[in-house]
Design a protein around this ligand. Structure first.
Ligand code: FAD
Length: 395
């Protein structure tokens, strides 16, 4: 139960929407060029409790449930994509991995520091030389003191511009061909042998910093091991499962905003003596956009209810992958229809009905974040076969 009343929570959602579509969009105009968030962005996020709201109450949070967290996520995802990427992470992986797998000692020291962004993290799985999942090459080999020596590289890592720690998944048992090859670590930035190399600008989501992580004989104290040695694949896969549903909630916020922009333009634009919203072809597009957006919301809410019942439940992985995959299809359709409905002027910046061109670019990152559609399909098919097609719902 959240410490906010239902009325207070609804007010909070409206406040976050106003922030995302007001001050955040104003700040983003410059960020599109500089690709760097000014301090003002972080300050506004702190003032509006965005880093804090998803945390359990014992660590200074609102103690929101998963459904409420995903609703907050939907609201700020209506705004600039780079800010969404940062805040989406803040609401979930940033603190959740430490909360789920950190030792009591690490949790006592760092969990309260997430509430005001005193501590921020990045999550490092992907490697240029390997695939996602168990196909990793960065090693963490135990030395004579029982500490771990990291060697290798990670790429495409978000939030390297503003983090103090990296969650790193590395090979601790190279001989094993099984799931116990990998372990997870909470690695402080700035320790010897750990370097961050910035990456170039992206297509969209401007401002969210990305980099490569390079480890050369980097000694990590054994206290930073998360969970047990050999539990790394589980840490990564469980954490990503939840995060995939958060990607779906982000896509939902974007779809809703794109639908509203298209509706406003279609009501305003008159051709051959009539607003285009009265044309059957436009109405069909609107119907398709609404259908996908509504279905996506139902899928996201269903995931949230299942997660609230049991975060490690039998259908969580499958439902999260379905949510992410369906949200890509929804976003594809809704963003294409928005672009077409908004005509030539919608392709330009400063479009008076909303940031159609930026939303279109920002949305494309969603195809890849937390695994490409093919990976979601592989996951869904595996789980579906295991369950022989059955799926359960929390009614
Ligand atoms: C904006 C952005 C932010 C990101 N942030 C992070 C982050 O913070 N941390 C992190 O660890 N990673 C991050 N990533 C990496 C992201 O998770 C990967 O890009 C994504 O999982 C795809 O992996 P890849 O880039 O290695 O693609 P590749 O492995 O090069 O794959 C290319 C295509 O082939 C498909 N493919 C590859 N192998 C197989 C296979 N065995 N079977 C079927 N299809 C296959 C892929 O699905 C993909 O469609 C980020 C990526 C982006 C774009």
């Amino acid at each position: 139960m959240s410490k906010l009343s239902q009325a207070e929570f609804q007010e909070y959602l409206l406040k976050i929407r106003a922030l995302a579509q007001g001050p955040f969009e104003e700040i983003q105009k410059e960020v599109e060029v500089t690709n760097v968030f000014p301090q003002e962005f972080y300050d506004l996020a702190i003032e509006n409790d965005i880093y804090r709201c998803a945390l359990p109450e014992e660590y200074g949070g609102y103690g929101l449930n998963e459904l409420e967290i995903l609703q907050v996520q939907e609201e700020f995802s209506r705004g600039p994509g780079g800010m969404r990427m940062h805040l989406h992470y803040a609401l979930d992986l940033n603190w959740r991995i430490l909360d789920d797998y950190g030792s009591d000692e690490l949790k006592a020291e760092y969990m309260p520091k997430f509430q005001n962004k005193e501590v921020f993290t990045c999550f490092a799985l992907t490697e240029a030389s390997g695939g996602t999942g168990a196909d990793l090459h960065t090693t963490a080999i135990k030395n004579e003191n029982g500490d771990y020596v990291l060697n290798g590289e990670k790429t495409l890592i978000s939030h390297t511009d503003c983090c103090e720690f990296a969650y790193v998944i590395a090979v601790t048992n190279p001989e094993s061909m099984k799931d116990d090859r990998l372990s997870a670590f909470f690695v402080p930035l700035g320790i010897e042998g750990f370097e961050v190399v910035d990456m170039p600008h992206m297509m969209g989501c401007r401002g969210a910093g990305h980099g490569d992580l390079i480890f050369k004989d980097c000694v990590v104290d054994k206290k930073y091991l998360l969970g047990k040695e050999g539990q790394g694949l589980e840490v990564a896969m469980h954490s990503l499962s939840v995060s995939r549903a958060h990607i779906a909630a982000s896509n939902l916020g974007m779809c809703q905003r794109m639908l509203e922009i298209a509706l406003d333009y279609a009501a305003d634009r008159v051709t051959f003596g009539k607003p285009i919203i009265q044309r059957q072809m436009i109405k069909f597009k609107i119907a398709n956009m609404q259908m996908m957006t509504h279905a996506l919301r139902c899928i996201v809410y269903d995931f949230a209810k299942s997660f609230m019942e049991n975060p490690t439940g039998e259908y969580i992985t499958e439902k999260a992958a379905i949510a992410k995959l369906f949200s890509i299809d929804s976003t594809r359709l809704v963003s294409d229809e928005m672009l077409e409905i908004c005509g030539g002027i919608g392709y330009f910046e400063d479009f008076k009905f909303g940031p159609a061109e930026r939303l279109y670019r920002d949305a494309r990152a969603m195809w890849l974040e937390e695994g490409a559609p093919s990976v979601q399909r592989i996951t869904i098919a595996r789980e579906c076969v295991n369950h022989h097609g059955e799926i359960k719902y929390v009614i």
